[in-house]
Write a protein that binds this ligand. Structure first.
Ligand code: HEM
Length: 329
């Protein structure tokens, strides 16, 4: 009797193990997985990588706005491609103030066109953004990471949502932490992802208050290194609305860890960068990255990008696979 019971439970255990083995699917709780297109469009990731590398050979400065684009997509309605949609009345995210300085939308549209030729109706615009962000970082000498795919595209874009959901360069640390928290990202993610400012440019009006009239008495931001402030003042005159400066002077096309060295020396470009020193956790992350052999930034960046890439995703049967990234089907 005992032996019969034992062999029955062994049989059931075996059944359960086999079930688990064969039904294992590396899809995460958000319905995304690395290599989602391996069977349905095997060349998808290769096509994206080759296209990014080609455009960046012609214009190495395009990598930064392409990385920024993914962040701006994810923070507004989630990573579902709403930043790419265009409305006739122009009340779309693209026309929101923080997005007016984003370049490279045509790069996404061209990549999507190539993907439609290769496998029509398969690869979403939101996944294109996620893959392009990774490939842009790699093309700027950063480290690669496995991009989760399987997102579907949304059908809504709204200018007001972009204005209210994207953090401002004037935000303080409390506000930044709250905004990131509301998207499921923690203080570490905030510090890590702010490191994206190791590439790219920022426009003068966004730092003019730090240089010329911080407390209304014609003074500079006391949290900005005075030598650096003097240098910035030479390039940004008070009424200059057009000049853009390298946020990481000297290596603004290279994805390195110098952002953290700058911030630690009170040379963060925006108030929101400098603010990382105003919280114990974000500050200690910044300082850790400045230590020789202490930098974990390159690994951390991939991890936080994957986490950011899960915000508000549409998977399974919701949303659609847009034919063109600028319009719903
Ligand atoms: C923490 C909150 C953040 C704020 C307040 C912020 C704000 C800004 C602003 C104001 C600019 C300059 C726009 C211009 O003058 O043209 C900028 C540029 C940029 N941001 Fe952020 N950002 C934040 C987080 C991020 C994140 C998470 C990423 C990506 C992981 C990112 C990537 C970039 C890049 C690459 C640029 C340069 C774009 C270019 O060269 O055109 N930012 N950001």
């Amino acid at each position: 009797m005992v032996t019969l019971k034992m062999s029955l439970s062994c049989f059931f255990l075996l059944q359960i193990s086999l079930f688990l083995l064969f039904s294992f699917d590396p899809t995460n709780a958000h319905g995304l997985k690395v290599g989602f297109y391996d069977n349905t469009c095997p060349k998808a990731e290769l096509i994206v990588m080759k296209s990014v590398s080609d455009v960046m050979k012609k214009d190495p400065t395009i990598g930064a706005p392409l990385l920024r684009m993914f962040f701006h997509d994810c923070f507004v309605r989630g990573c579902e491609g709403s930043v790419l949609l265009e409305l006739k009345n122009k009340k779309d995210e693209k026309n929101a103030a923080p997005n007016l300085s984003i370049r490279g939308f045509e790069v996404i549209d061209n990549i999507k066109a190539s993907l439609e030729k290769e496998c029509p109706g398969v690869v979403s615009c939101s996944d294109v953004l996620a893959l392009v962000a990774r490939d842009a970082v790699v093309a700027m000498n950063g480290r690669s990471w496995g991009v989760e795919t399987g997102r579907r595209d949304g059908r809504v874009t709204n200018i007001n949502e972009a204005n209210s959901n994207l953090p401002s360069p004037f935000d303080n640390i409390t506000s930044l932490i709250t905004q990131f928290h509301s998207k499921g990202l923690d203080k570490k993610d905030l510090a890590v992802l702010s490191g994206g400012h190791t590439v790219g440019i920022g426009h003068c009006p966004l730092i003019a208050n730090r240089l010329y009239n911080f407390t209304g008495k014609g003074d500079s931001d006391p949290n900005l290194d005075s030598e650096y402030a003097a240098r910035l003042k030479q390039k940004c005159k008070p009424t200059d609305t057009t000049t853009a400066l390298e946020m990481d002077p000297g290596s603004f096309k290279t994805f390195d860890d110098s952002f953290f060295k700058l911030v630690s020396k009170r040379r963060g470009f925006f108030q929101s960068d400098a603010a990382l020193l105003d919280n114990q956790e974000t500050k200690s992350y910044v300082l850790k990255q400045t230590k020789n052999h202490g930098s974990t930034f390159f690994e951390d960046f991939g991890v936080s990008m994957v986490k950011m890439g899960r915000i508000g995703v549409l998977t399974g049967r919701v949303g659609e696979i847009r034919k063109k990234c600028t319009m719903v089907n």
